[in-house]
Design a protein around this ligand. Sequence first.
Ligand code: ADE
Ligand code: ZN
Length: 354
Amino acid sequence: MAFILFDGASPRAYPRAMTDLDTFIVGLPKAELHLHIEGSLEPELMFALARRNGVAIPYGSVDEVRRAYAFGNLQDFLDIYYAGAAVLRTAADFQDLATAYFDRAAADGVVHAEIMFDPQTHTARGVPIGEVVDGLLAGMTVAEARHGLTSGLILSFLRHLSEGEAFATLAEAEPWLDRIVAVGLDSSELGHPPEKFARVFAAAAAKGLRCVAHAGEEGPPAYVWEALDLLHVDRLDHGNRALEDDALVDRLRDSAMTLTVCPLSNVKLCVVPEIAAHPIDRMLELGLKVTINSDDPAYFGGYVADNYRAVAGGRGLDKAQLATLARNSFTGSFLLAEAVAAHLARLDSFVAAN
Ligand code: ADE
Ligand code: ZN
């Protein structure tokens, strides 16, 4: 039985005056499809786990941690994110981490989440993959019992490591593959094109796993083409730079490819200069099937509803556009068709009443 350190909403979920649009955003049933569970590690939990596990961290206070979260690019962030993950050691730690995320997500109207985890970040430190997966699965069970929030696990390969290491990770995960919905590809994009992982993605697909990959966050449109043509992804994480290539936009639109866009992440990692310059409305106008997600909410200043609020405020999205984004989150999920239909019916009645 895990010792639950944090229960309920994150310390930053303080009460605030709700506007009509806020109420609509929070109440809108939605799925989150792009979330790194290690990126939901709030500084308070980081300190608690560091104490519990006797792990030293290079910060004196929660405020000092938050002050360190100023990034000039993806790599700046990844260096801090991997260092923070060092406090995670046992299945109980991973369960606490997942429970804290799901409680917070449920408060934002998330009814289904497909969450990524990076096994190599942990196995490289000697943490057995079973501690990671069993802890996350336990947190997922609690979320369903507590909130009715369903979820799926996405095993993400670190692209700065080798193809051989990705194959070894897939082999280590074999006993849990029936509890994992997809493989993903994350970490440092530039210099690590999707092509490097074509064979391991083919092996994962042959085992019945779905495929997603980060592409076009910092990487060029060519990386998005490779994710489509060489990794045969079922869903694309980010995809912002696809907008630089008209033929690629046509391909994404015509194939109804789901893009998991992360607005606050894009600002924090300097993919866009400010939220007012985010291309989310342009993506919608181009007919792209875009969704809104939080990526690494503990590091980027907001959970999923904060990301909906940011694009509503920064780009003037109206209720109909916000509802389209939520609708896309269900049709772009890996849920069975009947579950998608049930979520869409609830979403439609919420929109009709609000
Ligand atoms: N790992 C965690 N967050 C990521 C991001 N935004 N891009 C690539 N890898 C990541
Ligand atoms: Zn990501």
